[in-house]
Design a protein around this ligand. Sequence first.
Ligand SMILES: C[S@@+](CC[C@H](N)C(=O)[O-])C[C@H]1O[C@@H](n2cnc3c(N)ncnc32)[C@H](O)[C@@H]1O
Length: 354
Amino acid sequence: MEVVEVFHMNEGNGDTSYANNSVGQKNVILRTKPTTEEAITDLYNSLCPETISIADLGCSSGPNTFLVVFDIIRAVEKLRKITGTHSPEYVVHLSDLPSNDFNSIFRSLPRYVEDFKKEMGDGFGDCFFAGVGGSFYGRLFPSKTLHFVHSSNSLHWLSQIPKGLEENKGNIRIATSSPPSVIKAYYEQFERDFLTFLKARSEELVTGGRMVLYFSGRKSEIHNPIHDVLNIWTLLAKCLKDLVTKGLVEEEKLNSFNIPIYAASLKEVKMVVEKEGSFSINVLEGFTYDFSESVKDGKAITNSVRALVESLVVNHFGRGVIDQVFNKYEEMIGECMAEFVKEEFINIVSLTKI
Ligand SMILES: C[S@@+](CC[C@H](N)C(=O)[O-])C[C@H]1O[C@@H](n2cnc3c(N)ncnc32)[C@H](O)[C@@H]1O
């Protein structure tokens, strides 16, 4: 299965949409704001472009899409007011996979922009918004046309399910019982994808251009124990096994289901950046984020997971089982909330195109 063909966050603004279930990701964006501001400030001070071209990769749809972009522009406006220079023109590329809900973004754009222009006041430069559908594991923009690339909560998604996961039976991603061959297959897919990502951006960014990326990672070099305790993914695996027990899904079908996610360590990220060779590293750090600060109850956690992976579950098992899977999820999370691990490690990477 080509992830890039079917994967998308839940569209619209219903109960299980990404727009209404992304407070956790929003809080990660807010935590990483100082790094983003520092990078855009350095960029503006060093290049001072008349037109700033910004790309948000994996923009999804909903309030987070605008939050990121307006924070970047706000930082530039603050600076140019201090230095007494006129406002640059802004070109903002909102990019995600083709099946992303771009319609929702562009329907709500005029309202958001109008409010933002009022906030920015007189003298604010023109802003041009473009939607770019395509995978960030490939070229999306012409050569040397971007000044600033931002990507939040997205780069842990791989371009495809790694090959060679036949021995990962009973798991839906890397777990304690996964043999070394499975860990290797996941890592190699991550390395290939991240190299491709960096190579594409290195061609699109101007020299001195900046890139701020943050995505799920792992704190230690080993893959355990965090991935095998009760967390959002192991609980999903249990719900899918319940379908097998009830005879609704063939065991073989479950065994061939794996989530295309890899949580890289900071060391692995550094290794790939250095191997690709087009970027210098300004920031490479991480923090532990407790998502129970944002999503308090079982229903909210269930809807957040559903907003993320419904497209993958439906693609593999069919639409017929989806309510059953997530009803079970909500029921089970209610029973095990106390042991449920709500922490995630986030990698923050800030780079400059050499
Ligand atoms: C969890 S959402 C993050 C959305 C938003 N950036 C935020 O922080 O709330 C992850 C996004 O990454 C996108 N994504 C995953 N793989 C991608 C790829 N190969 N190319 C472009 N976008 C991708 C998904 O479609 C999804 O919209």
